[in-house]
Design a protein around this ligand. Structure first.
Ligand SMILES: O=C(O)c1ccccc1N[C@@H]1O[C@H](COP(=O)(O)O)[C@@H](O)[C@H]1O
Length: 205
């Protein structure tokens, strides 16, 4: 089960979070976000895979960030089309398409992306496109019948372990951690993260 920690920006925090045993680390390239990354940190993860998070960015910007940050994956939180996903794949990155889930109907839109993305990410709807700190009703995901693996996202925090232990889905591939583990935007509480990650790994999901 993959563990992604998103909203990273500070070099020392990146080092510490990587040492917690994180599989993926997310860097947000969305100016309105409090976690927006402008400058390349002095340290970028070498053991964790690097995910660039975008919201309807233009293709040139995404290409530049992929090269500047050595991104392994891009996570798309806007209205990016299946064609855009395929075009990005040609740059050699894996694609994570995010969907905000509030009803079973929201899962129908995933069908058009089948075969164009490596992962889906199911998140809580919010006006800021992500980072709400709130969870959605994971039971809705029983309506997802697709084969594309997905990450659970949205408000996952230290108190989520019991809910995660009882969540089951054949396509569930990992979790995405963000604002519920912060002392300030883009500054992760590494002690809380380490405790949670160790406990999550003992669940052997
Ligand atoms: O975190 C943000 O500021 C953000 C802004 C725009 C798009 C995505 C963003 N974050 C993504 O949202 C998930 C869930 O965050 P949270 O756990 O609810 O705080 C986060 O992991 C990012 O992938």
């Amino acid at each position: 089960m993959l563990i992604k920690v998103c909203g990273m920006r500070d070099a020392n925090n990146i080092r510490e979070v990587e040492a917690c045993g994180t599989d993926w680390m997310g860097f947000i390239f969305f100016a309105p976000s409090a976690r927006n990354v402008t400058d390349r940190p002095e340290y970028l993860p070498v053991h964790a895979r690097r995910v660039g998070v975008f919201v309807d960015a233009d293709f040139k910007t995404m290409t530049e960030k992929i090269q500047e940050f050595g991104l392994h994956l891009v996570q798309l939180h806007g209205t990016e089309s299946p064609e855009t996903c395929l075009k990005l794949k040609q740059l050699g990155v894996e694609i994570v398409k995010a969907f905000a889930i509030r009803s079973p109907n929201d899962l129908k839109q995933t069908a058009a992306y089948t075969g164009t993305c490596d992962y889906f990410l199911f998140d809580t709807p919010c006006i800021g496109y992500g980072g709400s700190g709130k969870s959605f009703d994971w039971n809705l995901l029983q309506h997802y019948q697709g084969k594309t693996p997905f990450l659970l996202s949205g408000g996952i925090g230290p108190d989520s372990l019991e809910a995660l232990a009882s969540f089951h889905h054949p396509a569930w591939a990992g979790i995405d951690l963000n604002s519920q583990f912060e002392t300030a935007p883009a500054c992760k509480n590494t002690a809380a993260l380490k405790t949670f990650i160790d406990q999550f790994k003992t669940l052997q999901l």
